[in-house]
Ligand binder design. Sequence first.
Ligand SMILES: C[S@@+](CC[C@H](N)C(=O)[O-])C[C@H]1O[C@@H](n2cnc3c(N)ncnc32)[C@H](O)[C@@H]1O
Length: 233
Amino acid sequence: MSQSQPGSQPDSPPDSGPPPLDRWEAAYLRFETPEQEIRKFEKRLLRFGARAWPRDLRIVELCCGRGNGLRALERLGFTHVEGVDRSAALLARYQGPARLVEADCRALPFESASRDLVVIHGGLHHLPQIPLDLVRTLDEARRVLRAQGRIALVEPWQTPFLRLVHAVSLRPSLARWWDKLDAFATMTKYEAETYFAWLAAPEAIRAALAERFEPLVCDARWGKLRFLGRARG
Ligand SMILES: C[S@@+](CC[C@H](N)C(=O)[O-])C[C@H]1O[C@@H](n2cnc3c(N)ncnc32)[C@H](O)[C@@H]1O
């Protein structure tokens, strides 16, 4: 685990460039442009009610990847933003004022009751063991949140729309026609084990969330679960 200062990148030798991407990471960068992803995350945060949240909330985004969720938070005016991810290659692609921490979301290097909001955009379905690793991550999120702190997350969810997307994108002849679909199919291929295990466990996931966080928003539409919850005491 390494920590870096605001505006800096994780430690690396001088002039070595960002660490190389693995195949999933390369497809992920192809899936959406940074601008498309930042706008998507901004819209999600606004739908959660972010316009009314105090701008000095201490926010940590888990599984922040290349940092477009951090940039969405910054654009909305939040001033205390941190990102955690285990991939040095993706963290190295972020440029901005947020403090970056290279760490595993199942063991957060933060003091208890030290943050106001935990955000996750599509990181939990990468965890190898569901529900065990989900429970570990949610317990960590609740530990670092102050009393009444909140968690806001969006993850893939098995809905009719997602079934349709899979039916189309998993046919190579069709996916080839659209780069975004092809990137989605490639990501799905390399994350298949954790992704499909996640989609297959909706009850366990909902139970793990509701046990630790009082649901304020919880809906499943267009292939996504949206959950905003307040930490239970
Ligand atoms: C779909 S991406 C999330 C995208 C990200 N929110 C963004 O704005 O770019 C999933 C991320 O989860 C990270 N990840 C997966 N397992 C992790 C773990 N155990 N701890 C921390 N990060 C993890 C991956 O490195 C990847 O960056």
